[in-house]
Structures are given as C-alpha cells and as structure tokens.
Design a protein around this ligand. Sequence first.
Ligand SMILES: NC(=O)c1ccc[n+]([C@@H]2O[C@H](COP(=O)([O-])OP(=O)(O)OC[C@H]3O[C@@H](n4cnc5c(N)ncnc54)[C@H](O)[C@@H]3O)[C@@H](O)[C@H]2O)c1
Length: 330
Amino acid sequence: MLYLITGGAGFIGSHLSEELMNRGHDVISVDNFNDYYDPSLKETNLKLVEKTAEKNGSYYKMYRGDIRNKEFINSIFENHIFDGVVSLAANAGVRPSIDNPSYYVDVNLMGLTNLLEACRFHNVRSFVFISSSSVYGNNKKVPFSEKDPVDNPISPYAATKKAGELLCYTYHSLFDMNIACLRYFTVYGPRQRPDLAINKFTRLMLEDESIPMYGDGSTARDYTYVSDIVEGTILALNYVMKKDKHIYDIFNLGGSHPISLIDLINVIGNTLNKKPKIKQLPMQPGDVNITYSDFSHAKEILNYEPKVRIDEGIKKFVDWYLDNNAKQKI
Ligand SMILES: NC(=O)c1ccc[n+]([C@@H]2O[C@H](COP(=O)([O-])OP(=O)(O)OC[C@H]3O[C@@H](n4cnc5c(N)ncnc54)[C@H](O)[C@@H]3O)[C@@H](O)[C@H]2O)c1
C-alpha cells in the first residue's frame, strides 16, 4: 500500500512513517519543516525515516512544502495514487494558538481542506484526521467519551480540531469518503516535541533549572506512549480502508491513566535521579484541568489497547534523551 503522511518529519509523523514501512508499506510525506521548534530536529527525524526506508527496501519520498498551497498538494496527488492519507500536519501548540488564532485556522483548516479536496478529486477514499483531546475543553465528566458534547473548546487550537472533525464529516457525507478522526491524548516518547512537558522538564532538570509548574500541580494529563498512538493510528487506517463500508467515526486514543503534574515531575525526577526544583506559577489560559480518555470505543471497533505504562514510557524517553538529544532546545 502507498500512504500519504502529512507532517511526516514531526514527532508522531516520523514514527508512523517508520512503522508503516516496517510493516511492508510505502510512504510519501509532506512537511514544511517550519520553525515552531528547531527544524534541525525534523531533519534528524527525516534521516531516521530514510534509513528505515532503506533497510526495508520501501519506497519513500519527502515533499518539502506547505499544506496551505493547493497547487503543491494537487501536484503530489497527480504524481502518486494513494491507498490512504493520514493528516498530521498542523500547528500543534495550545498556548501559542491564543496569540495567533488566524495562523492556526489557516494551517489547521485551510490546509486540511486542501487535502480533503485533493482526495475528492483524485478519488482517494480512505482518510484519517488527527484531532485532539483538547476538544473536550473543561469537560466535567471523566473519563471523556466520544459521546460527550464537545461544544466548548477553550483554545483556538482546540476549536480548529473540532472544526476539522466537522469538515471531515461533510466530506464523508458528500463524497463518500471513509474517515476516522482520532483524538490523541498527550503523546510522549522519543523525538517528542521540545515544547511539551516531559521533554521540557527533562531538559530543565538536567540543567539544574527550576520547573515552571502552572497551578498547584493537581492538573492531570492522560499520557499516551508514541508506539501505542502509532498502533492505534494504523488500526484506524486499516479500518477506513474497508471498501464495503461507509465510515465516519471518532475515536479517543489515550492511555486512560491520568497522572497529576506534580506526580509527573516526580516520576521524571526519580528516573533522572534528580530532586526537582519547582517554581509555581498561575494556571495558563487555554490549559484544561484534566484529560482522561475512555478508549472503549477504539477498543471495540479497532481493537486498540495501549500497552506502555507511564513509568516505563518515561524511562524509555529519558534513555533516548540522554543517548541522543541532551543538547536540544526549543
Ligand atoms: N503530540 C501530542 O501530544 C498531540 C496530542 C494531540 C494531537 N496531536 C496532533 O498530532 C499531530 C502531530 O503532532 P506532533 O506532536 O507530532 O507535532 P509536530 O509539530 O512534531 O509535527 C507536525 C509536523 O507538521 C509540520 N507542519 C506544520 N504545519 C505545516 C504546514 N503548513 N505544511 C506542511 N507541514 C506542516 C511541522 O513541520 C511538523 O513537522 C498534530 O496534528 C497535533 O495537533 C498531537
């Protein structure tokens, strides 16, 4: 099979591309290597993906460009016949979206529309859109279920993800596309974005700097290890490729074991054998109190079952960080 993975030089996209090739598939990728974080990290990810392609004898090609450029996206679809598309390219940060909402709408929605349009006109019927747990906003009921209302996103980023799910429904309904929207719950592991907590806290602790803790430490996140996310994404891709079905569905992909911020800091400290220095700061606008996935729907339909516990996952992340990446900066 030949898949298009957008955002393929990023944290999750590079892992997904590698795993698809390890399973015998070919991959075309799109990425604009923007400077939201150090683009040299994306170049390193790309080198690893290219090595995996070489090892497996897979066909792999990276197109450097912007998903907002309609002609560029169309030209890729003219060059290849895709069996499926995974749309990961997006502006991914929650807090920066509050300062620059129009940029988020532009990339996360106009870029997505260009992809859906290209699928429509080139007869690609299997599509996976990567959404986010942030669509639940400050949902009071835990764990979060796909059946819960998601009409109160509290950041522009979250609003673009919810809007992306709606746009996907429209393309499913009008053009008979099979689409799965995956609500990822905070993903971590080797190559994690340097702006995300686990990576940032590891760096600060190793540099003996204090850790900014927004709020009293009781906010909690349901962390999902990257290999579990990649597995769930491939299961969803297989699902939307069923030709005899008419599919639009939304799945939570999480770990279902939220950990509080203060406990997370302590797990990282214990793993690094460091006593964390904490600087308590006020809660940040846009941050939700808790994320907590109910993944029973993904389990039932996709057979998704996350395997990596947080302590194991943190250990793997820290080992990778110490081996590869100790000098990385945002
Ligand atoms: N990491 C998480 O915890 C998490 C949680 C929920 C959802 N997600 C979603 O998963 C996806 C991937 O996230 P990630 O953590 O791997 O982020 P990432 O920033 O590492 O990867 C995104 C990639 O998309 C590329 N990109 C961004 N804008 C682009 C554009 N206009 N044109 C072409 N390429 C562009 C970036 O250069 C980057 O390489 C995003 O859609 C994000 O919103 C991530």
